[in-house]
Write a protein that binds this ligand. Structure first.
Ligand SMILES: Nc1nc(=O)c2c([nH]1)NC[C@@H]1CN(c3ccc(C(=O)N[C@@H](CCC(=O)O)C(=O)O)cc3)CN21
Ligand SMILES: CC(C)C(=O)C(=O)O
Ligand SMILES: [Mg+2]
Length: 278
């Protein structure tokens, strides 16, 4: 299993870090089998597995419930768990209690949280307490209500400069990696060159140190809207629907189950059961 030091080395050597989200036992098993470097139990689970409109309603209980299942499916992969909305803002004490719950109850290796300078003290406190932190800048979906939608961030020189400063603050606070979501590729390249810690991009172009995508987006698995930065590497919706349609049709047609899909009783047991009147 790769660990924090390996991700740092991968940046230096130029080998790309591959991160994929997973939300349950089977998805974690598949991502581990595909040999991704890291699994992210993303709060995007609120949207792709719970059917919510945003990641804002996702709770600590949701994250822990799903992360425990992911850990059972991926015993040998580095696991990062998103800290959900408002779980790292109230006080340093609350942040530490929530970070500790994620680490102790799920067996995760690190947590991820959204924001820059405004959460730097919380990143610092977590790292000082022994909890590795991945930072997340650019489009930070937990702030969608403030950002006014899922929009590309850092398109003008002023907001770009702010993002570069925030990225440096995350590194200074002790984050060991930084997710950059939905920022212009030139800005992502600039931030990646300016930092010693690896950057992991989603909609941030190719000049970052790694890539992350949502499991359901990669596979086209029950997703409604696909962002521009997603490549649909396969469409598992088709074989899923084909299998389900076949089951429904065969039951209705009396073709399933066949005898080989069921169990039988010995003739003598049947005789006893019917009082010898077989
Ligand atoms: N399925 C899924 N994939 C994700 O990557 C994802 C989620 N859900 N949920 C949580 C956040 C929300 N994310 C999103 C959602 C939508 C766009 C989007 O539609 N972006 C526009 C760009 C808008 C602009 O031009 O500024 C796009 O066309 O891609 C981007 C990121 C990323 N995360
Ligand atoms: C999209 C990634 C970076 C994420 O934060 C999530 O899946 O929740
Ligand atoms: Mg997230």
């Amino acid at each position: 299993m790769k660990h924090i030091n390996d991700f740092m080395k991968m940046k230096v050597s130029g080998s790309k870090i591959v991160m994929v989200t997973a939300y349950d036992y089977p998805s974690a098993k598949f991502v581990e089998q595909a040999e991704a470097d890291m699994i992210l139990v993303g709060d995007s689970l609120g949207m792709v597995v719970l059917g919510l409109d945003s990641t804002v309603p996702v709770t600590m209980e949701d994250m822990i419930h799903h992360a425990k299942a992911v850990k059972r499916g991926a015993v040998d992969t580095f696991i990062v768990v998103d800290m959900p909305f408002m779980s790292y803002h109230l006080s340093i004490r609350d942040t530490l209690l929530n970070g500790a719950r994620i680490m102790q109850e799920t067996g995760a290796h690190a947590v991820k949280l959204e924001g820059g300078g405004e959460v730097a003290d919380h990143i610092k406190a977590l790292v000082k307490s022994g909890i590795p932190v991945v930072a997340h800048l650019g489009l930070t979906p937990q702030s969608v209500a403030v950002l006014g939608g899922y929009k590309v961030q850092g398109k003008d020189s002023e907001t770009a400069r702010k993002l570069i400063q925030d990225a440096k603050k995350c590194q200074e606070a002790g984050a060991f990696a930084l997710v950059l979501e939905c920022v212009p590729r030139q800005l992502a390249e600039e931030i990646s060159a300016a930092l010693e810690i690896p950057t992991i991009g989603i909609g941030a172009g190719a000049s970052v140190d790694g890539q992350v995508l949502v499991y359901h987006d990669i596979l086209t698995y029950g997703v409604n809207r696909i962002p521009k930065f997603v490549k649909q590497f396969s469409n598992i919706g088709e074989p899923i629907l084909a299998g389900l349609n076949a089951f429904v049709n065969e039951v209705r047609a009396g073709q399933f189950p066949e005898n080989r899909h069921s169990f039988t009783m010995k003739e003598e047991e049947l005789k006893v059961l019917y009082g010898g009147k077989v």
